[in-house]
Ligand binder design. Sequence first.
Ligand SMILES: Cc1cc2nc3c(=O)[nH]c(=O)nc-3n(C[C@H](O)[C@H](O)[C@H](O)COP(=O)(O)OP(=O)(O)OC[C@H]3O[C@@H](n4cnc5c(N)ncnc54)[C@H](O)[C@@H]3O)c2cc1C
Length: 565
Amino acid sequence: MILLNPRQLDRYYPDDVSRQIIHKTVAFFENKGLKKIKEDDHAHTWYADFLEFIKQEKIFATLLTPTIYGLNDNYRWDTWRNCEFNEILGFYGLAYWYTWQVTILGLGPIWMTKNEEIKEKAARFLLDGNVFAFGLSERKHGADIYSTEMSLTPQPDGSFLANGEKYYIGNANLACMVSTFGKISGTGEFVFFVADYQHKNYELIKNVTSSQNYVGQYALHDYPITSAEILARGDPAWDMGLNTVNIGKYNLGWASIGICTHAFYEAIQHAANRHLYNMAVTDFPHVRQMFVDAYTRLVSMKLYTLRAADYLRSASADDRRYLLYNPIVKMKVTTQGEEVINLLWDVIAAKGFEAEPFFEMAARDIRALPKLEGTVHVNIALIVKFMPNYFFNPMEYPFIPRRDDAKNDAFLFDQGPARGLGKIRFHDHTQAFENHPLPNIVIFMEQVQVFKEFLAVATPDETQQKEVDFLLALGEIFTLVVYAQLILENASIYEIEDDLLDQIFDFMVRDLSRHALNLHSKPSSTAIQMELCLRMLRKPAVNEPRFGRVWQEVLSLKDAYTMNP
Ligand SMILES: Cc1cc2nc3c(=O)[nH]c(=O)nc-3n(C[C@H](O)[C@H](O)[C@H](O)COP(=O)(O)OP(=O)(O)OC[C@H]3O[C@@H](n4cnc5c(N)ncnc54)[C@H](O)[C@@H]3O)c2cc1C
């Protein structure tokens, strides 16, 4: 079974230390129990117990220190094991995941800097159990980081005074190193530097959210900065920001997968044991349909995200395909997470509001993930840049296998300039589809063929190419094709059975039709574009015995997992 089940932790690890971290983390949450997790959530209790556990076990230090700054080979940035750790934190509560996520973001510019002293200091802070923070966003400017107002004013002795405010910054209340983005006043040159929350010129203004997390507003008032605190200036500082977000946005998918998996276990258990009109709720045909959709969407989220990690770990200056696959984890996997929760909530109805189950927290938190690390729109706008090369200019690459080896993912902190996205090329996507000639996959391929015809013969004109609304609709279809491709690649690696795979493509065919109808309805779509959109509308291949077998697989999970009370 591909879904995480804390009662059956059997994921492969090449070493004992990694396995122990996973087991101990699960044990920490199971010992804490659902009741206490929910109480802390409702009371917005600071998660000091979790941070103490992380410190005692040196977990962030082991997982987030590149080997050369660590104590031994167990210290490495290893995306394979970070995947499951991410998923577990999402599974038990997004607040725990968030403090880890912003530590990752804060460490991004630090591991990327050429300033060796800062790196060594950061490694010591990690060993001591500290967390980190990433100060990019400002209250007035949102996604528009060009307009950053945080400034460093040069002083006669070569140092600087930092002034400005940051907003929505996780861990801003206790990070000894808050990686902060700004500009040098006068020249407007970009700069990344570190600030310490304990410094007297660092003002922690408030928590801007009402939650267990501290998502802070902080201000620097004539905060002295010397070369010892500077991470980078100019283009490298800009690249640091974007390259850090490239890493961080990948984790968002795992938070969604973890949340949905826990919610799924609760929902199926509740529905299968609830009897109305002398039958189980799971006997309603529409409930079965919703559960099968939720399950197939969730399995797809996981297959895609796992496969994207293989490309992330194998990335190099010559293979930057991850720059397409990661934003899709961010925008597609996280919005699919919302869809899974919607489906489950429609089934469990009032139960989803109850204070005691996990679900109430899931229904709230699943909404956050599409909005972090750039919104869905920002990511689709990014993704469409890859479309021409993806469809019309493939090239050969060596096959990338499952990357579960004990390697430090050094390239992540040496990604180079964040430019040239339109030049990145991809391997031929059709191969993955042709390897699985199942009825719904064949229909999906026919839809994709029409979409390619749309791009080739009804190419969006110059005005449409500048119209974000139109591009977003187009980007949804493109995204779905890439999503499908990586799911199929991983279906081979994980030996997913044909029934489940064909059922996955049942919703894929429906989704592509829905996106085509949306594109059809855009104000600027032309007659030929509209006609091609209508040709993309297809019905999935109906196969009741197949649906029945997948449903039995779903129902068999009804008692698979219950959290310790
Ligand atoms: C709980 C939480 C924690 C956070 N933690 C951190 C943190 O630790 N560090 C940090 O630096 N930031 C953090 N953020 C900020 C987060 O990254 C921003 O919310 C995000 O970048 C979007 O900014 P915004 O929400 O202000 O939206 P805005 O930038 O105001 O966007 C408004 C609308 O415009 C659209 N839009 C903007 N630009 C484009 C574009 N180029 N193309 C298409 N559409 C566009 C958006 O999609 C959106 O619909 C956090 C936010 C939250 C809510």
